[in-house]
Ligand binder design. Structure first.
Ligand SMILES: [Zn+2]
Length: 299
């Protein structure tokens, strides 16, 4: 094949991929209920939003947050409704700040607490998507997870919902009458913008739109707006799929050899290719990218 025909066939693959239907699964991290006065109500609103779209998510639970009667009571309805539970370490410390021995012990601790909760496939997600700051740590952890029959619960669409939630809660703490609906559209716009970015990366790097796994958190913000998030994607013709089905795609078996390892799986595959350094920032997502926008809007 000449260079010219290769370029032409790449262009036609990309054009075809650009028209293919999109699908997205929700993955929700942390179950961080302790700072909130009404965790049962928040849990119920999140469950209702998913039920109304007849989709099941993957809930990556911090072991510490499950290690009490309240934590157990919050997880149970997710299990009853067939959602997938994953391991997100016991104490949620970043692998970058720990040795392999410390971090793997934290994974095992959560594995013991969540033993009766974990679904199939057995999924593990790294805190802050940090998979190792050296090649040795990265590869030791990958081998450890395989030995313990875990797959990495990769994210394809990363975002900063946690930062929008932090700001919203701070605002409510200082102004109890604050109109929370002011966060709705900026949050939807942020998620849509990130979905477009990572989906374009998917087509550029892989030649196709993968079944996406969106990372959001179990928090106040999503208890208010998850229903709107799902409705936004549906209206824009994205199919909301079960996380268990999305994770069957072969992309989730890829193991990019980047250092530091982690971020969105699409970010890491793009980084590994060496062709996208002009569009990749590090970290992929962070509060510093969002702060000026929210400041401007007075949120
Ligand atoms: Zn987390």
């Amino acid at each position: 094949m000449t260079r010219r025909t290769f370029l032409l066939s790449t262009a036609s693959v990309t054009a075809h991929a650009a028209e293919a239907p999109r699908s997205i699964a929700i993955t929700m991290d942390d179950l961080n209920w302790m700072p909130l006065p009404n965790p049962t109500e928040i849990n119920q609103r999140l469950l209702d939003a998913m039920r109304n779209h007849q989709a099941r998510l993957a809930l990556f639970v911090i072991g510490r947050n499950a290690d009490s009667p309240t934590g157990r009571a919050l997880i149970q309805p997710w299990k009853d409704a067939g959602h997938l539970i994953g391991n997100h370490t016991y104490s949620h410390r970043s692998y970058s700040a720990l040795t392999f021995d410390e971090f793997s012990a934290d994974v095992v601790h959560a594995d013991k607490v969540l033993a009766s909760d974990l679904g199939t496939p057995r999924l593990f997600r790294f805190p802050a998507l940090k998979e190792g700051d050296t090649a040795v740590k990265r590869d030791r952890m990958r081998a450890f997870l395989a030995t313990h029959h875990y797959r990495i619960g990769h994210v394809t669409i990363d975002a900063s919902d946690w930062y929008y939630d932090n700001r919203l809660r701070q605002r409510l703490a200082s102004d109890a009458g604050f109109d929370v609906s002011r966060y709705r559209q900026p949050y939807l716009d942020h998620l849509w913008d990130r979905a477009q970015f990572y989906d374009n990366l998917s087509i550029e790097v892989l030649g196709r739109s993968v079944p996406h796994t969106l990372l959001i958190h179990w928090n106040l913000l999503n208890s208010l707006f998850l229903a709107d998030v799902l409705e936004m994607f549906r209206r824009r013709t994205w199919r909301i799929v079960d996380a268990q089905d999305a994770f069957r795609d072969t992309i989730f078996l890829r193991a990019p050899k980047t250092v530091p390892a982690g971020e969105s799986l699409l970010w890491a595959l793009a980084k590994e290719s060496g062709k996208f350094d002009n569009v990749l920032r590090y970290p992929g997502e962070d509060d510093v990218y969002e702060k000026p926008k929210l400041d401007r809007m007075g949120l």
